[in-house]
Write a protein that binds this ligand. Structure first.
Ligand SMILES: NC(=O)c1ccc[n+]([C@@H]2O[C@H](COP(=O)([O-])OP(=O)(O)OC[C@H]3O[C@@H](n4cnc5c(N)ncnc54)[C@H](OP(=O)(O)O)[C@@H]3O)[C@@H](O)[C@H]2O)c1
Length: 299
């Protein structure tokens, strides 16, 4: 009886360290030419534990590659006006190459208005309508960090995409929608036939079973079960949810959207959670910041 070969792991953690080495070398070369180090600022509003962890990782990664970083911390009751003033200040600051406003923001803040206030040339998260529009048109611009990281993961592990059927679950403007644009564009990786699913999709299982490449970006722990995955599929798990677990040191465990243990044996490639997409998101942010610094210096 023929046996399915064990899945190959899309090891984002290991790959991200190699790419950080590459970025660090580029920074050394850049500063060696007399330029100052790229400078990323991160605005964090409130006390959300997960957001704090993400921003800490981003700042530590800046240090690792030789960037300068600045954290702007504000309480959850900051007003829309005060936050807009911070964004305008960062837009005007010649020493800042790029910045992010960590999402989610408190409910009383209009997150879309904040995103739209960011100078698109400093929008290294790639969330500004100008950058999303450029992505949709295939023009140069900042690509949202998580989908860009997934594309790099597929590229570096030489996962074939051309002509494959990709199913993306989740249509958010920061993950699912840009992911579907990147996979369907004419390019490598790309040239997929893409189906975009969401909460109103009927027969989600039927769609998933058609996928050569399945990207889950929902935020519902372990919703993708083995009976939803085709034999030999490539599975990329974007979801990260903190699930309470009293036996864990921190009192919770991170869970992806994919029931890894039952799904992995059916896959040709799969991302783990943690250690898959998350670290790749951070390297994309670093890459965007380096691009922003270079574009600014050359303007
Ligand atoms: N690894 C990373 O670096 C990284 C980065 C960003 C996000 N994430 C994680 O990725 C997940 C998604 O993030 P997000 O910001 O895109 O979330 P989001 O804005 O909440 O979007 C979730 C999407 O999933 C869809 N959905 C919800 N329930 C569904 C169901 N039962 N069946 C099919 N689709 C369903 C929603 O559909 P509707 O549009 O119809 O509501 C929506 O499009 C979260 O766990 C987040 O923490 C990870």
């Amino acid at each position: 009886m023929s046996q399915t070969p064990p899945p190959q792991i899309l090891d984002g953690k290991g790959l991200s360290e190699r790419i950080k080495d590459e970025i660090a070398s580029e920074v050394t070369e850049w500063t060696g030419q007399g330029h100052r180090a790229p400078h990323l600022a991160a605005v964090l509003v409130g006390e959300d534990g997960a957001s704090k962890t993400y921003v800490d990782h981003k700042v530590r990664s800046c240090e690792r590659v030789g960037f300068k970083s600045t954290m702007v911390l504000r309480p959850a009751d900051i007003s829309q006006r005060e936050l807009l003033d911070i964004v305008h200040g960062l837009n005007e600051d010649p020493n800042i190459d790029g910045f992010i406003v960590q999402l989610p923001l408190p409910n009383h803040i209009d997150a879309q208005a904040i995103t739209e206030a960011i100078d698109p040339t400093k929008d290294v998260d790639g969330f500004h309508p100008v950058n999303i529009g450029n992505l949709a048109l295939g023009l140069p611009g900042f690509v949202p960090a998580t989908p860009a990281g997934i594309i790099t993961l597929l590229e570096r592990f030489e996962v074939p995409t051309e002509g494959r059927h990709a199913v993306v679950i989740g249509r958010s403007s920061i993950v699912g929608t840009p992911m579907s644009l990147l996979l369907s564009r004419s390019g490598q990786p790309g040239n997929c036939t893409v189906t975009l699913c969401h909460s109103r999709t009927q027969d989600l299982q039927e769609h998933c079973l058609q996928a050569d490449i399945l990207i889950a970006a929902v935020g519902r722990p372990e919703m993708i079960k083995a009976d939803m995955v085709k034999e030999g599929a490539v599975v990329v798990d974007v979801g990260i949810t903190r699930v309470k677990d009293v036996t864990a040191k921190r009192g919770y465990r991170l869970r992806g959207d994919v029931a890894y243990d039952e799904v992995a044996p059916k896959c040709s490639w799969i991302t783990p959670v943690p250690g898959g997409v998350g670290p790749m998101t951070i390297v994309s942010l670093l890459r965007n910041t380096l691009l922003a610094a270079k574009a600014k210096a050359e303007a």
